[in-house]
Write a protein of this length. Structure first.
Length: 179
């Protein structure tokens, strides 16, 4: 059985990080088979353009709590520009050796290569990048993901899970682009 994972990371005001993972047995995430969280007490400081230094350890920690996934969806960018400057997703792809799809909610100035995907009744697209598969295939996957809204249900769920694991929402310390 193939395993598809979606992951997100939250940074509570008290410090550290909380990561969440949902795993489904279908690429649309229509049937979630498990949910996991991991909390890290220490994380690297935020550095613009190098968020992976802060997020990747949390992503790897939550992934270590379960069997490997065959494809990973991250909240953020895989690559930061058309030249392929690696972001969180590209680093995860190298570490894990599986295709990684990045779903960003906010435009990153240099990510002109991201494939815009409209879902639901949204007028603002999600921005999709990928490693280990084409951008077009990744965009099709995101379009087909379960949920009626702009953000697929699996990404909404990991956002909620990591905020709960981290002690609640704290929009002041959340970092938007996820690069």
């Amino acid at each position: 059985m193939a395993r598809y994972g979606a992951v997100d990371v939250h940074y509570p005001a008290r410090g550290g990080a909380a990561a969440a993972l949902v795993v489904a047995d279908d690429p649309a995430f229509g049937h979630v088979v498990e949910e996991r969280t991991a909390v890290l007490t220490d994380v690297a400081p935020y550095r613009p353009g190098a968020l992976y230094l802060r997020e990747l350890p949390a992503v790897l920690a939550v992934l270590a709590t379960t069997a490997p996934v065959d494809l990973l969806v991250v909240d953020g960018y895989v690559t930061l520009d058309p030249e392929g400057t690696p972001g969180l997703g590209a680093r995860a792809h190298v570490e894990l050796g599986v295709p990684v799809v990045g779903v960003a909610k906010t435009a990153y100035r240099s990510a002109t290569h991201a494939v815009p995907v409209l879902r639901g009744a949204a007028s603002r697209p999600l921005l999709v990048t990928a490693a280990g598969m084409s951008g077009a295939a990744a965009a099709d996957l995101v379009r087909a993901m379960a949920g009626p809204y702009r953000l697929p249900t699996a990404l909404q769920r990991v956002d909620r899970l990591c905020r709960e694991a981290g002690g609640g929402a704290d929009p002041v310390t959340d970092v938007a682009p996820g690069c």
